[in-house]
Design a protein around this ligand. Sequence first.
Ligand code: C2E
Ligand code: MG
Ligand code: MG
Length: 563
Amino acid sequence: MDILLVDDDQVDRAAIIRTLKKSNLDVYIEEAITVNQGLELYSKRVFDIILLDYSMPSRDGIEMILDIRNEAKDSGTAIVMMSTHEDENIALECIKAGAQDFLTKADISEKKLRRAILHSTTRHDLEKKLFQTYQQVKQLAETDSLTGLPNRYFFDESVKLAITNNKRNDHILALLLLDIDNFKLINDNFGHDVGDLLLKKISTKIKQCLRGNELFSRLGGDEFAITLSNLESSEQALHVAQRIIKAMQEPIEIATITINSTVSIGIALYPCNGKTSEELFKYADIAMYRAKKLGRNQICFFEDEMQQKFHQRLEIELALKNAIEKQQFQLYYQPVIDPINESVTGFEALIRWNLDGIVRNPDEFIEIAEETQQISAIGLWVIEEAISTLSKWNHNRRKPLTMAINVSAVQLCDFTVVETLDQCLSKYNVPAHLIEIELTETALFKDSVTSRQILIGITEGGCHLSLDDFGTGYSSIAHLRNHPISIVKIDKSLMPVDMHDIKNTTLVKGLVSMASILGLQVIAEGIETEHHAQLCKQLNIGRAQGYYYSRPKTEYDIEKTYF
Ligand code: C2E
Ligand code: MG
Ligand code: MG
């Protein structure tokens, strides 16, 4: 039997070792005189028992018990506590902390020590077994045996906990209820074994749509539930639901059978739909029922307003799909002006979407186009259209005009942007230095190897890179330094309201001088008033854009006004 004896008192240690040797037990003893030394020995080998002194200088015996019992892997060593004083309270404290027995030093005899050691090891074995059984029962009580997912009981408890946690940080929590469409038919047609396998495969599929920090559970039958906590917006819940609907489009193979299965998803949100888990369940269920009624294989929010927003989004997403073929996009052009003489130096191309006679601005569709990757194709269309128009406008012009083209972060994933730029420049015979590619700082944040190479590709081809909306987001100098940017566009929101707006005036001044130190050109955006135009002149800002000079106009109107 391997024994670790921890006691600072040498006389006591010697007495205990003597008693142990006489006890007829076959013992191997290691000694420590402090808790830390004891813990170190304990970490190096497995002992059957620790004989531990209660009172020691610096750290006492209880601390050692707590350290050992709180370790992730308690190696199962029994602990007998020893104290100089007989004290019921101390004895109880030691047992509560995780010791198996308590002896008063004065009472220690061979017989008592032997009995304490044997009882403690047996007791500790039993305690361990009990704990394992408890863990197994807990696991069984909380897990769905078919899929291995948490079951309804665990889910309910966790939703309550998640609501309590979310209360503190006023984020949104979403409860998604998922029900497999026509599952009964599958069970009836192919039998319960196939039904069970299908449930397992579907749960794996759904898991793959999640990041891992969500709570995903099988509530029973063909019903699953997910909670998403700490959301900034309801759209995030929508994204997850959409990923699941999309993943389900792929047929599932079970032996020789191919099953096309779909799910209906209902979503309720905390705190706007309900404040308790019961309410959330009820509302998510109502939403799910509506998804079924509307023809299954779809997502429904509990709230009408949310539902409407979602439908509008869906409509835009669908309509965007063939907007290019239907020639619904159009570029508007906003003149870029030299503030000194108010002459036009070039234009910025700004996209519009003409859908059913209504002209939509970019903020109504660019984000959706980015999320659905449709921006890639749209972006290429913009490049060709803008360059061909510039070629026409610069024809026979002594001082050629520039063209600024907005490019989205999503377009920095593949090299077609660079290729299309090069092709269009040679096709329409436009010198590259007339083209300014505008990016926002979020695009630079991605900073992958590919995006970096794309930016280098753009500038090596001779086009300029321009940082749009500067002064709104991160306005990081590192971005200006680390990327081949030659132009900054000071965002319209920084334009001073009037001459008394010292704060913004100073800010614009600061940005302009910083840009000039870094050798960057400046374009001021949002010039709406005479005062703004004067400020541009005063600060020697080379170029400016804004309603004061001109709103963005169609190609036709630009030609009518300027050529
Ligand atoms: P941006 O590149 O910063 O474009 C300037 C926006 O400010 C334009 O809005 C323009 O109409 C507006 N604006 C111009 N002068 C003034 C002014 O004096 N006052 C005010 N309040 N606003 C002014 P628009 O056309 O709605 O475009 C919004 C944003 O959409 C653009 O911001 C750009 O980031 C994006 N965008 C536009 N066209 C494209 C495109 O072809 N591709 C991509 N990826 N994004 C585009
Ligand atoms: Mg722009
Ligand atoms: Mg801008």
